[in-house]
Design a protein around this ligand. Structure first.
Ligand code: NAI
Length: 462
């Protein structure tokens, strides 16, 4: 008899959510995790600590930029970096301990250590071999290496080092204008660093709606971030704590150099499956090194499954969570499904950026006839009251059926507003359905309704 029904390797959002749902569905469940705390990259060195620093640095920005306008007089606060780090650590600890509590509550066994799969149905941790009917790989991802760049996590850092710097850099060069680069670039710009972002492509945030990307670039420039676009970083050298970043402009091959006391490498992540023994087991991988799975998360080996950043698809905590839940349902003999066409993406800058579904660019490529209803936050009373009138909501709907196809929001609380559209899309709603739904006044959400109205006879406050 195997010792467990399911052993999940990795306790990030994919693994821990899968474990909780497996346990809730009556499966005897264990999770192998080698970190001292549960929660994986997201809770320990990713989403959660970065949100703490974004919140703290945004609060400072509010004090500096807007307090006096509201009659709140006094010197803006100074930054106690050690205390800000302690606050961040506290936020992380509360959340990781929360997962530990949930494991105990759901009677999930935490096998501490790094696991490998020596044979189908077996997980080896240290000298012990545990057996299970089902094994789930939820080992996540790690920052991709960039040729010519050696990370020391002190001067040249990945997101992990950038969240735990021993000082606020004076000059920060960010390589890559993706999600990590812009979020952490914003943090340090608000804390006083001179931030330059070097991006290979000609626009920031690849894959995002073009109009949103342009608006975000303009707003971030106003906040003090500098951008060098169409530039490929060639290498980074470090002497005596100062880094030199050599880049080449793609349009004319002209080379130039930037110097900085900190360089953040944010050029993407890759699936992490090292040490699992997958090659020896004969597990099929994709050409990009992800574990290949079928639509039910099964790998090429019987009883072995994989979810989250370790497999194909967007590297997002919530995508991993959804896969974890769907797989648990399947393992328990029920139906489990992830709707990959309704997975929101959020960038937690100020203003926030959020999107779901197709972009205008994708719809044009597809040759699909669509309507775009747009509403600026300048027409939203609540947004103006809190100095966040920049940005807009753009809703895309099928030209004929009016069915909502996507939404792209840049503005206050965009990361919350997007879910109204996610629900609408899951229910196959039309833009008119959203437009006819009463929205409380005064809320940011009214901008979503106005964008839906703009898909029909017109927004009221535009
Ligand atoms: P990314 O893929 O979002 O962006 C990387 C950027 O680096 C791209 O724009 C790329 O063109 C650029 N680049 C690549 N090589 C370059 C070079 N040699 N010189 C200059 N630029 C270069 O990757 P990022 O920001 O590292 O994030 C990794 C993953 O983590 C993503 O999948 C992201 O979705 C996820 N993540 C999500 C968050 C969220 O949902 N808020 C927060 C943080 C990460």
């Amino acid at each position: 008899m195997p010792s467990f029904d399911v052993i999940i390797i990795g306790a990030g959002p994919g693994g821990y959510v899968c474990a909780i749902r497996c346990a809730q569905l009556g499966l005897k469940t264990a999770v192998v995790e080698g970190r001292d705390t549960l929660g994986g990259t997201c809770l320990n060195v990713g989403c959660i600590p970065s949100k703490a620093l974004l919140h703290a640095s945004h609060s400072l920005h509010e004090a500096e930029a807007n307090f006096a306008k509201m009659g709140l007089i006094g010197a803006p606060p100074a930054v106690d970096w050690a205390q800000m780090q302690a606050y961040k650590a506290d936020v992380v600890a509360t959340n990781t301990k929360g997962i530990e509590f949930l494991f105990k509550k759901n009677k999930i066994t935490w096998i501490k250590g790094w696991g490998s799969v020596p044979a189908p149905g077996q997980v080896k941790v240290g000298d012990e071999v545990h057996e299970a009917k089902f094994i789930v790989i939820a080992t996540g991802s790690e920052p991709s290496a960039l040729p010519g760049v050696t990370v020391d996590e002190k001067v040249v850092v990945t997101s992990t080092g950038a969240l735990a710097l021993d000082r606020i850099p004076q000059k920060l060069v960010v390589i890559g204008a993706g999600v990590i680069g812009l979020e952490l670039g914003s943090v340090y710009a608000r804390l006083g660093a001179e931030v330059t972002v070097v991006e290979y492509l000609d626009a920031i945030t690849p894959g995002m709606d073009g109009e949103v990307a342009k608006t975000l670039e303009r707003i971030l420039k106003k906040q003090g971030l500098k951008f060098i676009l169409g530039a490929a970083v060639q290498d980074v050298s470090v002497t005596g704590g100062t880094a030199s970043v050599r880049y080449k402009l793609r349009k004319n091959d002209k080379e130039d150099m930037l110097s900085a006391d900190c360089v953040l490498v944010a050029t993407g992540r890759r699936s992490f499956t090292d040490g699992l023994g997958l090659a020896a087991l004969g597990v099929e991988l994709t050409p990009r090194g992800q574990v290949r799975t079928d639509s039910h998360f099964a790998t090429s080996i019987n009883g072995l499954y994989a979810i989250g950043d370790a497999i194909e698809g967007p590297m997002l905590a919530h995508k991993a969570e959804d896969e974890g839940m769907a797989l648990a349902e399947l393992l328990a003999g029920r139906a489990g499904h992830v709707n990959y066409s309704v997975i929101p993406g959020v960038i937690y800058t100020t203003p926030e950026v959020a999107s779901v579904g197709q972009t205008e660019e994708q719809l044009k490529d597809e040759g699909r006839a669509y309507k775009a209803g747009k509403f600026p936050f300048m027409g939203n009373a609540r947004a103006k009251a809190v100095f966040q009138g920049e940005g807009f909501v753009k809703l895309l709907a099928d030209a004929e059926t009016d069915r909502v196809l996507g939404a792209h929001i840049i503005g206050p609380a965009a990361g919350e507003l997007i879910h109204e559209i996610c629900v609408a899309m899951e229910f196959g709603a039309s833009a008119q359905d959203v437009a006819l739904t009463c929205h409380a006044h005064p809320t940011f959400s009214e901008a979503v309704r106005e964008a839906a109205l703009a898909c029909g006879d017109g927004a009221i406050h535009a």
